[in-house]
Design a protein around this ligand. Structure first.
Ligand code: FES
Length: 74
């Protein structure tokens, strides 16, 4: 399947699935800024207390549930 370079895509699910799905989308030629990832499954307390949702110096519960792949690719 051919995906346009300027497509906007949203990926959600388990973290490992998001990771491999994003790798495949990048390999298919989709730009990093066009891939949005939903990380709500990574939260625990949802009130900025446990630190469970910390990914790359950002808290999913505090900083937002949706990030671009360009923000989180590391
Ligand atoms: S879910 Fe607990 S700190 Fe974000």
């Amino acid at each position: 399947m051919k995906i346009p370079y300027d497509a906007t895509l949203i990926v959600c699910g388990p973290l490992i699935m998001i990771y491999f799905c994003c790798l495949d989308l990048v390999k298919a030629g989709v730009k990093h800024e066009g891939i949005y990832i939903s990380l709500e499954g990574h939260m625990k307390c949802e009130i900025d207390k446990s630190g469970h949702c910390n990914i790359c110096h950002k808290y999913v519960c505090r900083d937002g549930l949706i990030f671009t792949y360009a923000e989180k690719k590391e």
